[in-house]
Write a protein that binds this ligand. Sequence first.
Ligand code: ADP
Ligand code: MG
Length: 280
Amino acid sequence: MFKMRFKIGRLMFSAVALRGEHTLSLLELQHVSKTYDNITKALQDISLTVEAGEFVSIIGPSGAGKSTLLRCINRLIDVTEGTIVFDGQDITQVKGKDLRKVRTKAGMIFQHYNLVNRLSVIENVLHGRLGYKSTFSGSIGHYTEAEKEQAFMIIEKLGLTEQAYKRCDELSGGQKQRVGIARALMQEPKLILCDEPIASLDPNSSKIIMDYLKDINQTMKITCLVNLHQVDVAMNYSERIIGITSGQKIFDGQAKELDKNIIHQIYQSKDGQLIIDMKE
Ligand SMILES: Nc1ncnc2c1ncn2[C@@H]1O[C@H](COP(=O)(O)OP(=O)(O)O)[C@@H](O)[C@H]1O
Ligand SMILES: [Mg+2]
C-alpha cells in the first residue's frame, strides 16, 4: 500500500507508512455482509479496497451478489454487518444530506439505463446535477448556464450532439447507455459504479460503451467499478478483477492472473463448459 508518495530530496516514503495505517484507498469495504429478509446471505464477509484511478471489474454468476455489492456502496441498501469507507469517510450509516453527498460522488450506471424516457437527452443529462440542488430548484428544473454548457460538452464527448433534443425513448440501447454515462459524469463523481452496463447491448454497442468507460477512467481519472458477467470483457478492460460467488470473494488479483481453474471456481463450472478460450 504505497499509493501516495512524497519525494523529499532523494528519499521516498509513503504517507501510509507515516500514518501507520492504510486508509488512503478511495474505497474500502471491511467485512461487509448483507442478508436480505434474515434469510438470503447475498454478501458474506467481503473485504476489498479500490485505489483512486483503478478500473476494477467484478465478475461472478447470476445471483452471486454483484448488484448487492454496488447497491451497498452507494447506499441504495444498508449493509447488515461491516464497514464501508469511501473517500476518507465512513459512509456505512450516513443519512440525509451526507448520504446525498455520497451518492453524488458515486455515479451509477445501470443495465436498463434508468432514464426518464419521455424527457430529452439534455434533460436526462442535467438530472446528474440534482444531487447538488435544493429539492425546490431541482423540481422546477432550474439549471445554471454553466451547467447547461457542461452538459452539452459531456454530450459531445459521448457523441450524442445530434440526439441532444431527442426524447430518450427514440434512442437505441447503446445511445441510451451513453446518456446514462453522461448523466453520471454530470455528477462530477470520484467513482463510477456500473451494474452490468452492457448486458442488454449487442457486441458493437458493448464495445463502444466499454471503450467510453475506459477512456473516462484514463483521461478523466475517474475510478470505475464495473459488474460484468462476461469474463473476456473483464479481462480486456480491467487491470484488476474481483471474482465473487455465493456472496463470497474468491479472487482478487490482476486480470492476467485469472486462469481456467479460478474461473471454474468463480462460475462453479466444469471443464468444457466455458465458452471462452483460457490459458490452463
Ligand atoms: N431485494 C432483494 N430481496 C431479497 N433477496 C434479494 C434482493 N436482491 C437480491 N436478492 C438475492 O440476493 C442474492 C444476490 O443477488 P444479486 O446481488 O442481484 O446478484 P447478481 O447481481 O450477482 O446477479 C440472490 O440470491 C438474490 O436472489
Ligand atoms: Mg446483478
